[in-house]
Design a protein around this ligand. Structure first.
Ligand code: FAD
Length: 385
């Protein structure tokens, strides 16, 4: 079988899509990658943009550069519909046919009233710069109230993202301490669940509580968030948290554009797949990364390293399907929670696999470990090693 005779289209230029594209190109497949932006935004290291520790472009990899290096075609366009039964996808400006489709478009966010009054590190990449501007204004003013929190999705807990909220909070605090301004700022942490962060395991949860208490951060947890305003957050029982800068991470939800597609979706709108990332009811469509409805233990979480595993597996499984043979790779045995949670001047290493979990404080060295990971990740994807 000549691998170049099959048209493989990947939609999404993040962890999952880029991994699949590089792996498929190693087997010389004809690969087209569609992305609505011309860069891969590396979210885990973007946490340093709001404090100015890295410029925006250091958190990106150019997709035209990756396309040239690895030999895939790049189409910068927006996916608007997937017609699985017709083997085509509709983009804003054209329709593409495929033999195999890998869907890697990440997730949308839960909707909240007044969300436009918040900043988020998990939304559109450029929003991280708007947050930097507001943080700089407060530093200039010499005082302020900062509220940081994250939300839930009752239909799918795997999309709740708390780690980056803590990273932003501790990076803000570290920056303010360096400027001798911390005592002029009030911090509040808010979340609707009674035990936010518990999913990463007992050790991490306990340690975070110690860290929040040590910094004197007010906690408003276990209360429903009812909306946001320019000067704060409404939570149930008519309580209002005043804030000059609200950083809020809504939980993930399935991409709205998939609602009109013929793909099978979970209640939360994510694409249903089997362990091999193959979409239920379709032999030639794979869904990888945050867009996929994860199967597995109750504490599972949508994370970058799982997106990488799924992207690689999809490439392997497509190759096997084309060349024949029954061997396939699955992602569920790789499910774990793994995070180096940066605090600006150090980090906490968090790991959970089943009932076992650890939190290891890594002063100073942890911060550098995360920085080195960022350089290493960019270099290895650029070189394809
Ligand atoms: C601030 C932050 C910190 C994080 N830290 C960690 C960490 O330390 N460790 C960890 O494991 N995970 C971390 N995560 C989670 C991790 O970043 C995600 O799980 C990962 O990005 C998912 O990869 P993905 O490829 O599925 O989706 P994404 O990275 O979201 O990529 C989706 C891609 O699809 C494109 N796209 C979207 N819609 C369309 C459309 N309609 N048409 C065309 N293209 C489209 C986007 O432009 C993008 O290229 C973090 C997340 C955030 C936000």
């Amino acid at each position: 079988m000549k691998t170049g005779t099959k048209q493989i289209v990947i939609v999404g230029g993040g962890f999952a899509g880029v991994e699949a594209a590089i792996a498929l190109r190693k087997n010389k497949y004809d690969v087209t990658l569609v992305s609505n932006r011309d860069y891969f935004f590396i979210y885990p290291i973007s946490i340093w943009i709001p404090t100015g520790k890295i410029p925006f472009d250091k958190s990106t990899l150019s997709l035209p550069m990756l396309a040239k290096r690895h030999g895939f075609k790049l189409v910068v366009d927006e996916l608007v519909n997937v017609k699985g039964n017709e083997q085509e996808i509709e983009l804003n400006t054209q329709t593409l046919k495929y033999d195999y489709l890998v869907l890697a478009i990440g997730a949308d966010k839960m909707k909240h009233k007044g969300i436009e009054h918040t900043f988020s590190i998990c939304g559109q990449p450029k929003k991280s710069l708007a947050m930097k501007t507001r943080f700089d204004e407060l530093i200039e003013k010499g005082e302020g109230k900062i509220a940081i929190g994250f939300g839930g999705n009752p239909k799918d807990k795997s999309g709740v993202r708390g780690g980056p909220a803590f990273e932003i909070m501790f990076n803000f605090i570290s920056t303010l301490k360096q400027k001798n301004l911390y005592d002029k700022f009030d911090f509040t942490f808010f979340a609707p669940m009674p035990e936010p962060g518990k999913r990463m395991g007992k050790s991490g949860y306990k340690m975070l509580d110690v860290m929040l208490n040590k910094e004197g951060i007010a906690k408003r947890v276990g209360k429903k968030i009812t909306g946001f305003d320019h000067n704060g957050i409404y939570i149930e029982n008519d309580t209002f948290i005043e804030s000059d800068l609200t950083m809020f991470i809504p939980a993930s939800a399935g991409p709205a554009i998939l609602q009109q597609s013929d793909l099978p979706l979970s209640d939360a709108g994510f694409v249903k797949t089997d362990d091999h990332s193959k979409v239920e009811g379709f032999d030639n469509i794979y869904a990888v990364g945050d867009v996929a409805a994860m199967n597995g233990p109750e504490w599972k979480a949508k994370q970058g390293h799982m997106a990488v595993v799924m992207g690689k597996n999809a490439a392997y499984n497509i190759d096997r399907a084309i060349k024949g043979g029954t061997k396939r790779k699955g992602y569920q045995k790789h499910i774990n929670i793994l995070c180096v949670m940066d605090t600006g001047n150090g980090a906490g290493f968090i790991y959970r696999k089943g009932p076992k979990d650890v939190f290891i404080p890594l002063p100073i060295v942890g911060h550098w470990m995360k920085k080195v990971w960022g350089w290493h990740y960019k270099l290895t994807r650029t070189l394809g090693i």
